[in-house]
Design a protein around this ligand. Sequence first.
Ligand code: RB5
Length: 147
Amino acid sequence: MIALACDHGGYELMQAAKHFLDERGLKYEDFGTYSAESCDYSDFALPACHAIASGTCSVGLLICGTGIGMSIAANKIPGIRAGLCTNNFMAEMTRAHNDANVLCLGARVTSETEALGIIDVFFSTDFEGGRHSRRVEKLNALDRERE
Ligand code: RB5
């Protein structure tokens, strides 16, 4: 289950992303926002990321204007590894090397066509493990210390 969240800056792109996920039969839970009215990205990022951290959802897709606010908010939650991606290579690497469980996009930075390509790569790339597991585990250990 993919946790979705956006603010007004990401609302329109999120509608296209939902259509894209529907076409591929990928299930999601939409944590809002539900209109293009101005709102605070943090109000939507945090519940979506808590759902991932608690295991209700397995991964996330967060969209705001730049993707920066969403990624800052997401990476505050223990267990979240959010990657802000602006191209397919970043999407592939953040899954393969960082085992990212959240994809952040900036709707004012990335075109719809590019964004859908990035989503496709992100959700179809596996973590490579190996030496990358050791690096990710050091971050997980920090999360555990803070609990
Ligand atoms: C909203 O205007 C904008 O600040 C927000 O979507 C995002 O880009 C913040 O990081």
